[in-house]
Write a protein that binds this ligand. Structure first.
Ligand code: NAD
Length: 296
């Protein structure tokens, strides 16, 4: 059976369209323009690309984008002052501090200094706790994108066996919480899991967030399962640079019922969900109804 390809690029475009519609309504009916502030410390080339892309897409959906570029030697005190200013700025509804931060800065301290209501990355400890207890929170963008694609494909996820490979704070753990929230039976596998192939073979839904190129082969996949590949790995093959996921796409696509490609799967959904979170944060801040279908 050839798997259905879950087209994250196309799905992300529909999410952005929905966001743009809400932004237009907020402007027209309430004279409010949602604003997203992105703080970049240092000159990490990958981070610069992400930040540029986030800013561009923010403007494309009609929101205000504020970029704060600080040099790599910025002190913790100065960075905290920038965050504090953004926390108190009513024009700013979402704040994102681009990670990783230079080594002398305490990431946890910085992230936890963001107003949780403006924490559109969903990394603040309050949002982690709210998500873990099934309360309304800001949800990390990558797992939110995965959840949206799964809901769109399956409708209800209730009762499905889901295996999340990877237990990071930004993908694996929140992904597992979201699947639990949708009544899946969830297993979190990681580098110390015994007999990983056997664990994965039980899954109706496999979410791979490991960071190891093509680690999951097709014979680990239950016939008809849905495979969500979060991995983004740059490899060299046949003398060319290539982007591959954490699953071996060709062999997994032979057994899966549906699969996300890399590139063009989870990747484009992440920024789309950042925009969705910003419009959600803006609605909440103004006591307005939240847009439907853009939150967990
Ligand atoms: P991470 O390095 O923080 O976590 C990786 C996890 O994989 C760890 O919990 C570890 O226990 C587990 N792991 C490592 N080796 C393993 C093995 N052999 N068997 C089973 N588990 C193993 O990574 P992360 O930040 O969660 O990112 C994971 C991948 O997702 C990376 O490729 C990253 O680039 C990608 N990613 C993509 C997006 C996106 O927008 N698509 C966003 C975030 C991360």
């Amino acid at each position: 059976m050839a798997a259905q390809i879950i087209d994250g690029k196309a799905f992300a475009a529909t999410v952005r369209e929905k966001v743009a519609g809400h932004v237009a309504r907020l402007k027209e009916e309430h004279n409010i323009t949602p604003g997203l502030a992105v703080v970049l410390v240092g000159e990490d080339p990958a981070s610069q690309v992400y930040v540029r892309s986030k800013g561009k897409q923010t403007v494309e959906v009609g929101m205000n984008s504020y970029e704060h570029k600080l040099d790599a030697e910025t002190s913790e005190e100065d960075l905290l002052a920038v965050v504090e200013k953004l926390n108190n700025d009513p024009e700013v509804h979402g704040i994102l501090v681009q990670l990783p931060l230079p080594g002398h800065l305490n990431e946890d301290l910085i992230i936890n200094s963001i107003d949780p209501a403006k924490d559109v990355d969903g990394f603040h400890i309050s949002n982690v706790g709210l998500l873990g207890t099934g309360q309304k929170s800001m949800v990390p963008c990558t797992p939110l994108g995965c959840l949206m694609m799964l809901r769109d494909h399956h409708g209800s996820l209730s009762g499905m066996d889901a295996v999340v490979i990877g237990r990071s704070n930004i993908v694996g753990k929140p992904m597992a919480q979201l699947l639990l929230g949708d009544s899946c039976t969830v297993t979190i596998a990681h580098s110390r899991t015994k007999d990983l192939p056997d664990v994965v073979r039980r899954a109706d839904i496999v979410v791979a967030a490991v960071g190891r190129p093509e680690m999951v082969p097709g014979d680990w996949i239950k016939e008809g399962a849905t495979v969500i590949d979060v991995g983004i790995n740059r490899i060299e093959r046949d003398g060319k640079n290539k982007l591959v996921g954490d699953v071996d796409y060709a062999s997994c696509a032979e057994r899966a019922g549906a699969i996300t490609p890399v590139p063009g799967g989870v990747g484009p959904m992440t920024i789309a969900c950042l925009l969705a979170n910003t419009v959600t944060a803006c609605c909440r801040a103004n006591g307005l109804a939240e847009p439907e279908g853009l939150t967990a």
